[in-house]
Design a protein around this ligand. Structure first.
Ligand SMILES: CC(=O)SCCNC(=O)CCNC(=O)[C@H](O)C(C)(C)COP(=O)(O)OP(=O)(O)OC[C@H]1O[C@@H](n2cnc3c(N)ncnc32)[C@H](O)[C@@H]1OP(=O)(O)O
Length: 416
């Protein structure tokens, strides 16, 4: 079997092979763009071919920027379009492609790779661990009143007042636009948002230009509620559609919590719908707590989203910011790439130094588990309790929890 990168001439073969691997028939072109294949970077696509030249496997990667805890923006590969024809599965084609791809990424000097997994059992063996999580919040519209905030209530004991639809309750304005009327507003608002949100990925201009991906990028019909601040500057949007009595929100992008609340209040106030479904709500999002009736919101589709793979442990650990000072010795195994390293992580004033050491380890872990911890979305103590990470003394897990924690939970809602 041969694995080689593609050229522009291979594009149709590559896309046909991906479709066949996923059990789809070839797509007919969509008027005005919208094929997410259009954003593929040909030189980052791999084809696996049999000895007689038949294409049987595909893998690719997009060039994104990832926001780390503390706000550093780093280049990452967004692995995608991974597929093997049903006729050639379980013969090691994927493993061969992953080995080639990880080698290529390291050779490019990248220290992180990310992906969205079609099935959870596939990618742990290649060193990827689930690192961000997401869910869907469904709110019954007739129970959707938001509670008034209590933080500034000096008495501290007043009853919750329902404020749904209360005029002037939120600062700024909301305008409903059609997708085609939005110009570059969505791209600009999204870009400002993702730079401050750990775990968020850039959406390169090319994606918006080509209308690649899912709403609100794609040409699928959607209403867009654009929020503007008191100076008229757009600082949030929600993309949504109404069908069969349900208002479904693809994504709510907000510069801060107050803008999110204003958009949520607007969406929850719609007549003629029985429920409002917010997709991509991260765990512990305050919206659930803002409902006057806590049980009016039901969380479903609670699942992993972004998986992270460290390609260079010191490079990755020194790139993110750290919330407290401390020292931790990590013994990290990377079975797929045959690597093993022991590192002293020393954090001072938010920055880490990470150097090889032969000191006794605090934690022993697989690189996939380090991927899960890296963005702060998974507590080390959880993986110790699960039996995946070994803590060598009683205080190791608590120390690691304090170090890996982030002020803002990581979240990613880009689909690729
Ligand atoms: C980032 C993305 O693009 S996600 C999309 C992934 N693609 C899909 O889901 C499309 C449909 N599925 C496929 O195309 C294929 O089944 C693939 C790509 C998932 C696997 O390709 P294969 O060539 O069969 O994998 P390969 O033979 O290299 O398997 C390697 C190991 O993974 C295991 N494995 C592969 N696929 C799966 C799976 N879906 N579930 C559980 N284990 C799996 C194999 O059993 C094997 O285990 P072993 O090393 O212990 O023997």
């Amino acid at each position: 079997m041969e694995i080689r990168s593609t050229t522009d001439e291979d594009r149709d073969v590559f896309v046909d092979t991906v479709h066949a691997a996923f059990g789809h028939f070839p797509e007919t072109p969509v008027d005005g763009g919208g094929l997410w294949w259009s954003a593929l970077e040909t030189d980052r696509c791999l084809l696996a071919l049999t000895a007689d030249g038949k294409p049987v496997g595909t893998a690719s990667a997009y060039s994104f920027e990832l926001t780390l805890p503390g706000g550093a923006l780093v280049p990452v590969s967004g692995v995608t379009s991974v597929g093997v024809l049903p006729s050639h599965r379980r013969r090691g084609v994927l493993s061969a492609m992953m080995r080639r791809q990880l080698g290529d990424l390291k050779a490019r000097g990248e220290f992180l790779s990310v992906l969205l997994a079609s099935e959870a059992p596939i990618y742990g063996r290649y060193g990827y661990g689930p690192a961000t999580y997401t869910g869907r919040l469904t709110v019954q519209r007739h129970r959707a009143a938001l509670a008034a905030p209590r933080a500034d209530d000096a008495a501290g004991a007043q009853d919750v007042r329902a404020t749904r639809g209360a005029p002037g309750a939120d600062a700024g304005t909301i305008e409903i636009l059609r997708r085609a009327e939005c110009g570059e507003i969505l791209e600009q608002v999204y870009d400002r948002y993702r730079r401050t949100q750990p775990g968020a990925l850039s959406r390169p201009h090319r994606w918006w230009e080509l209308r690649a991906g899912q709403p609100p990028i794609s040409p699928a019909p959607r209403y867009i509620a654009v929020h503007r601040d008191d100076d008229g500057v757009p600082d949030g949007y929600a993309s949504y559609a109404i069908e069969s009595g349900a208002l479904t929100v693809d994504e709510t992008i907000a510069g801060d919590d107050a803008v999110f609340t204003a958009l949520a209040r607007f969406l929850l106030g719609h007549d003629l719908v029985s429920r409002v479904v917010f997709k991509h709500v991260p765990p512990q999002h305050p919206l659930r707590w803002q409902l006057a009736d806590f049980r009016a919101g039901e969380v479903s589709n609670d699942t992993d989203w972004l998986w992270v793979r460290l390609l260079d442990v010191p490079g990755a650990l020194t790139a993110r910011a750290w919330p407290v000072d401390g020292e931790l010795v990590l013994d990290v195994r990377d079975p797929f790439l045959g690597d093993h390293g022991r590192y002293a992580l020393t954090v001072r004033d938010g920055k880490a130094d990470c150097a090889p050491t032969d000191r006794a380890p605090d934690l022993s872990l697989d690189v996939r588990d380090l991927g899960s911890l890296y963005l702060g979305g998974t507590a080390p103590s959880t993986l110790v309790r699960a039996g995946h990470i070994r803590a060598h003394h009683p205080s190791a897990a608590a120390l690691a929890d304090a170090l890996f924690r982030t002020d803002l939970s990581p979240h990613c809602l880009h689909w690729f």
